[in-house]
Design a protein around this ligand. Structure first.
Ligand code: R5P
Length: 310
């Protein structure tokens, strides 16, 4: 079994390699002057089982293309089996046509990855679980909820916790965290009047005097979370903590969180944000590396991955 990393999140790849006591395959990923990507595997991988680690994070198009070219290079180098490990599966938010004449990017990206030669996918907190069905190869969707639940239990001493979904789509995720914490559930009724803009219509559930734990899969512009947290505070919440798997954190997101009433935003390192979040007091990053490393180990030994979440 060998590990290959793309350029999107080398820090995470190194941590996964450390967990597995393994080395990363020697490869070169370069660009031609016009921006085209060029990949070369610098060691023999004939007959090997390879795990490629690459997030489809910003710059999403470059990172996706790099991933496809890596798979192609491995295929043409006679790798026996290629597992594509995608800590952050970008392009997943367009998973259906919400208005006429739009694309379904999640399906197109799934087709591209399969066609390039992937035999199996490992990812974390897919935006919508149904995307697994866009692939006709096995998909292991890992969950960050146990990591978040451990962090809450260790760091938040309140006896009056309620888990909050920042929109109806996030209900299942917030409920799962609530179950692990033995806490109730509230739901924010969010509308998107235009792409990238979010508006809170209502909060379903009583949050007065409670410690609110918002759980979500993605924080992008930060609008959803900042608005949800304000709505909770307006309805008497004592304090708001936020747990989100993928810190997309585009534009002014970090500044918005820093200046908000959110006590702490906890994200994972599925996306490398080391330069952005280092000095922000109310943002903490937890590593997903051991969980991903353990999943890779289990796949490679043909043992259960779902047992990790029991
Ligand atoms: C939407 O369904 C997702 O789960 C997130 O809530 C959304 O992508 C967050 O976006 P933003 O931070 O830009 O409001």
């Amino acid at each position: 079994m060998k590990l290959l990393t793309g350029n999107s999140n080398k820090n995470l790849s190194k941590k996964i390699a450390k967990y597995l006591k393994s080395k990363l395959v020697n490869s070169s990923i370069k660009k031609f002057a016009d921006g085209e990507i060029y990949i070369e595997i610098n060691e023999n991988i004939r007959g090997n089982t390879i795990f490629i680690i690459q997030s489809i994070s910003s710059p999403a198009n470059d990172n996706l293309m790099e991933l496809l070219l890596c798979i192609d290079a491995l295929k043409r180098s006679s790798a026996k089996n290629i597992t594509v490990v995608i800590p952050y599966f970008g392009y997943a938010r367009q998973d259906r046509k919400v208005v006429p004449r739009t694309s379904i990017s999640a399906k197109l990206v799934s087709n591209l990855i399969t066609k390039a030669g992937a035999d199996r996918i490992v990812t974390v907190d897919l935006h919508a679980g149904q995307i697994q069905g866009f692939f006709d190869i096995p998909v292991d969707n890992l969950f960050s909820t146990p990591i978040f639940a451990r962090h809450v239990k260790k760091n938040i001493k309140s006896k009056n916790i309620i888990c909050v979904a920042p929109d109806v789509g996030g209900t299942e995720r917030a409920r799962a965290l609530g179950k692990m914490l033995d806490a109730g559930l509230a739901i924010v009724d969010k509308r998107r009047p235009a792409p990238g803009k979010s508006q809170v219509m209502n909060v379903i559930g009583n949050v007065k005097d409670k410690t609110c734990i918002i759980a979500d899969d993605i924080i992008d512009s930060g609008g959803t979370i900042v608005n949800a947290s304000k709505a909770l505070k307006d309805r008497g919440a004592k304090e708001v903590f936020v747990y989100i798997t993928h810190g997309v954190l585009s534009g002014e997101a970090v500044k918005k969180i820093k200046n908000s009433s959110i006590k702490k935003l906890v994200i994972t390192d599925t996306i490398d944000n080391s330069g952005k979040t280092n000095k922000i007091n109310n943002i903490e990053v937890l590593s997903i590396a051991n969980l991903m490393g353990e999943a890779i180990k289990r796949i490679s030994n043909s043992t259960s991955v779902s047992d990790l979440f029991k």
